[in-house]
Design a protein around this ligand. Sequence first.
Ligand SMILES: Nc1ncnc2c1ncn2[C@@H]1O[C@H](COP(=O)(O)OP(=O)(O)OP(=O)(O)O)[C@@H](O)[C@H]1O
Length: 599
Amino acid sequence: MIKLFSSGKEPKTQRRPLFTAQDKANISWFSKTYLKEKVPWLGAVMVMILAQGFAYQQFVSLTEDGLRVIFDKGEVTGLIGVCAMVMAIFSVRAILSYAVPRISVWLASDAVYKMRRDLIDHIMILDLAYFEKTKSGELILRLVNQAQDLSEFIGQTTVNAIRDAVTLIIVSGYLMWKSPILFMSVIIVLPIVAVVVRRISHRIKEVQTSAENAMGNYMSGIEEMSNGMRTVKISNQEPFERQRLKTATLDIKSLTIRLQAVQALMSPTLDILAAIIYILIIGLGGYMALSNDFNMDGASIIAFMIGMALIFDPARRLSFFFVRLQANLIVLESLRGLYNELPTITNAPDAKAEFDPSGDIKLTDVRFRYANDHPLFDELNMTFEGGKVTAIVGATGSGKTTILSLIARLYDVSAGTVTIGHEPVNKLRIDKLRQSFSVVAQDIVIFNNSIWENIRYVRPDASDEQIWRAAELVGIDALIRERGDAPLGPKGSQLSGGQKQRIAIARAFLRSAPILILDEATSALDQRTEEKVRQAIGELSEDKTTILVAHRLSTVTHADKIYVLDEGRVVEEGTHAELMANKKLYASMFSAQRSSYGQ
Ligand SMILES: Nc1ncnc2c1ncn2[C@@H]1O[C@H](COP(=O)(O)OP(=O)(O)OP(=O)(O)O)[C@@H](O)[C@H]1O
């Protein structure tokens, strides 16, 4: 679970390798999955990068020649020749400097596009349970920001780092060949760089994890605040929301500053090291040039100095690369973590596409729990007869909606079976199973689109006549004419609760599947509209297996069978008349409701 805010005290860093086994596995996964097919292009980029490295080496070598021409021979034509060569070398490097980022950014963007595409595919198959426990801000962070960060890191930072590493190796090799003693004396400082980079990298990794978490919290906070603005305003909770978001941004600010503070330690360290290197070249190199014991002259010292200057910047950038690498390893880990979320509700290997959706729906000895601590159902037995209307009533939280979720296999039972027409639902192809339902759920999802498009959503191939007919049956046709193509606002915020419910019922009409599930389908309608819609629903449920969940018992009296549920157990079952005659829970609930409605 994501840590809400970092405590400010990071655990003491233990000595860990630069890449953990997990990091290596993540990098290998990303390369194999998204870069392997681009190997020829990656090869081309590598060749160009090598050519860029050799261009610098040639430049150092030509500079030395040029200096000798000036110091020793004094030939102007020789000097022009050297200048022309330098120009040619830098022209080649310039062309490559254009080509390399163009290709590498394309490669990285394509790889990250494919990863995003796969992530979207993967998210779509995850269980409902995953979305009920995951904050949407976390998903947005991964799919938007982290994927983008990774793309930039691979396409620009890593390619630049490889170019720097190649330049460093080639030019260092050349300097080593020219003067091993001088080269070995000046790179004595390198182990210090390695130690500093290592220490700083570990620290960055820790702070980056907290920063990513804080960003996810901030995004989730914004989402919750904007979606819940009606409740926020009515309950005067603006100060609380303001404070919550401010605390989240403050957390991001302090983590960003901490991250920068750690990263900033690199610069002064490297500046001091640069000074040591130049002092060594001037002092030791100067001594070698003055002494007759070494094969060195002024030109070689200056060329050596230029060579070191040329590799110093790549070396500095490379050390920053390792710092940024740590941050991006965290991002990669977080992205790959999404793939580690696996759906449990999947098609069985021999899943059937053919079954009789108009058969009886049976729950036999069903056991189910949401969290591990409290079982909701223990040996639940129910039958919803095919082609009949069955109602489930009971106190709030007694498990009515959960029964519907088990039938539609949004959750799997932990023991027992749920069958439709004698076929266990977990042996049916999930798409075929769900195609057999028309559902009017409690939480109606309305998209920011027109009413028309919202109805059509459940059956994109429906004809205009079919959509009009569905709209007329629930009496929303006039509103369609009035609003036209105007979008309904996020989550249908520009509609009343009853209008949303009518759209949901129109969807059920349009879909006209053999099993009709109505979960508090008419609770937000006024009595006159409800009467009209109920007649329409009556027509719709003809020859269909209908499961009706309602609190208002007057809406279930016509059902062929009524189940009364209490804390996950069926406490009564029968027709309205039978249950009234029983004079138990149902009868008392019915009488209480009737007297409260003044009937
Ligand atoms: N996704 C979930 N994770 C954990 N617990 C859940 C989840 N959904 C529901 N519950 C719990 O399971 C129990 C049954 O919930 P359910 O929604 O099935 O009740 P219900 O009878 O339909 O209630 P209502 O009449 O209020 O709609 C409740 O205690 C609820 O808090």
